[in-house]
Design a protein around this ligand. Structure first.
Ligand code: PEP
Length: 259
């Protein structure tokens, strides 16, 4: 069976001063010494990327943008391009986060354009999908996730190619920032569905290799149970990634890594 390397990713959203960001990286660096077999990533605000890169130094922590435009340059006031993220030394970019979809009206069609542009540039997209509480209660979870995947990854489908480095994140909207986490079984069920979708639309190789992260009120207390599920390959962490100690504890979720 193919072993997917777990990833713990911190989405800082619109938080932290430059100084706080540099201090947070220092705490993470100090805390993850000796940890092996886990990829660590942070997604700082755009203005913090340079300073955070300096603080990351040679620690191997990956850095992502929180969003990007699909065009390379142009008259798009307030936007940032994938090439700019690359110049700022980002290797990844979060796309289609529910806050972008809900608060800023981003559509799956736009996410698809962004995924295509990011992939063309060699930036690894972390593509988020997830249902609202209303949709879950109306038994529409799988239908919603399938539609989001179909539309947000439409260009992959057209090319019949999904790069194994692509990362997906299942983030139930009702669990984000609410303190309410999906149970490991609830999350696993959707992660399994997502992997099935990859297999159906691409091939077993991609399905085996693409990492699917869970996001939604992940904290030190629930990470190990979530990670024990076969199709959960890591976590996209919001609130708990802003505190060095809790983020480090999440990264060190495996037994034997607490020394
Ligand atoms: C997120 O916004 O991606 C997220 C999962 O946030 P939180 O961990 O705070 O629920």
């Amino acid at each position: 069976m193919y072993e997917r390397k777990p990833m713990i990713a911190g989405n800082w959203k619109m938080n932290l001063s430059l100084k706080e960001a540099a201090e947070l990286i220092k705490t993470i660096r100090n805390g993850i010494g000796g940890v092996e077999g886990v990829d660590v990533l942070v997604a700082p605000p755009f203005t913090h990327l340079g300073r955070v890169r300096e603080a990351i130094g040679d620690s191997g922590i990956f850095m992502a943008g929180q969003n990007m435009h699909w065009d390379v340059s142009g008259a798009y006031t307030g936007e940032i391009s994938g090439r700019m993220l690359q110049e700022a030394t980002c290797t990844h970019v979060i796309l289609g986060h529910s806050e972008r979809r809900i608060l800023f009206g981003e559509t799956s069609e736009q996410v698809d354009l962004k995924v295509k542009a990011a992939t063309f540039l060699g930036l690894i997209p972390i593509v988020c999908v997830g249902e609202t509480l209303e949709q879950r209660e109306a038994d529409q979870t799988f239908e919603v996730i399938r539609t989001q995947l179909d539309l947000s990854l439409n260009n992959f489908k057209a090319d019949e190619l999904m790069r194994p480095s692509t990362i997906l994140a299942y983030e139930p909207v009702w669990a984000i920032g609410t303190g309410r986490t999906a149970t490991p079984a609830q999350a696993q069920e959707v992660h399994r569905f997502i992997r099935g979708w990859i297999e159906e639309n691409f091939n077993t190789g991609s399905a085996a290799q693409v990492r699917v992260l869970y996001g939604g009120s992940v904290k030190p207390e629930n990470i190990a149970d979530l990670m024990s599920q076969p199709d959960i390959d890591g976590a996209l962490v919001g609130g708990a990634s802003l505190k060095g100690d809790s983020f480090v504890q999440i990264i060190r979720y495996k037994e034997g890594q607490s020394g």
